[in-house]
Design a protein around this ligand. Sequence first.
Ligand SMILES: [Ca+2]
Ligand SMILES: [Ca+2]
Length: 319
Amino acid sequence: MRVWIVFLLCLAGHAMAAPVSDTVCVCVCVCVCVCVSFELAYASDLLTSDVPQEPEVGVNPVQVEIGEFDEAIEIVEEEEDVFAENPCLNHHCKKGKVCEVDESNTPMCVCQDASTCAAAEGDFEHVCGTDNKTFDTSCHFFATKCALEGTKKGHKLHLDYIGPCKHIETCLDSELSEFPLRMRDWLKNVLVTLYERDEDNNLLNEKQKLRVKKIFENEKRLQAGEHSLDLLAHDFEKNYNMYIFPVHWQFGQLDQHPVDGYLTHTEISPLRAPLIPMEHCTNRFFERCDADNDKYIALEEWANCFGIKEQDVDNDLIV
Ligand SMILES: [Ca+2]
Ligand SMILES: [Ca+2]
């Protein structure tokens, strides 16, 4: 899980960080180093059977992250005979809870004791809560939230972003209008990167691959890198069609719990949480996406947020 957070941050760092700040530049360099070390570590894991394997990665970093932040899902699977001796082996609890059996050997989810969470291996594992307090890891955060369940404080507490709490600058109107320019380009680059790395990993399904192939093979495509806002705006105008699918794809990746054509605050968290420390307009951008202010972002609202024209919003593109 952790490595995919880094992967996501890497891509974000490459594509979304504005090159005007020394701090951001340092951050990008660190990200690249961590990425390289992950590549090596992962390759060595594949070759060495007695080295603990990384958790199985999912379709893409964003989808994998959904499990990390989801506060609302509790999946209880049918118990199989093979697990009969320990009902907890096949009983999954939501984040912040662990399985215990009662006197009748029935599994149940109870709040995890935060002291049983593994300590963070680095700052990148810290998370910031909406109470502006830094938690050592997301495990500590969700254990704490669980302990507050049923209280007003617990109800209001959410995971705000990845990394230690820090001062997030106010997002100015002029900056807010720049955000989708970088975000769109970043989404496109994430998809192309997944396509390039795909081979037999099935990071994308066949329908998605076909869509991304067209973008990948288009010679007019703006290559990944740091581009001025003027160039990004010009490219969006010139190569508008290339941006339609990435915007739809991201919506489909996030709309998972449940798959209903609407994004909740929790569903957006996997995308939002890693971005906030780097892009101070993130929260304001997503708040504005919910144009009718009903707490849900519909596909039409999402597409509009990214400058996709109404006539190009197409449910069939969520493949
Ligand atoms: Ca949904
Ligand atoms: Ca809405």
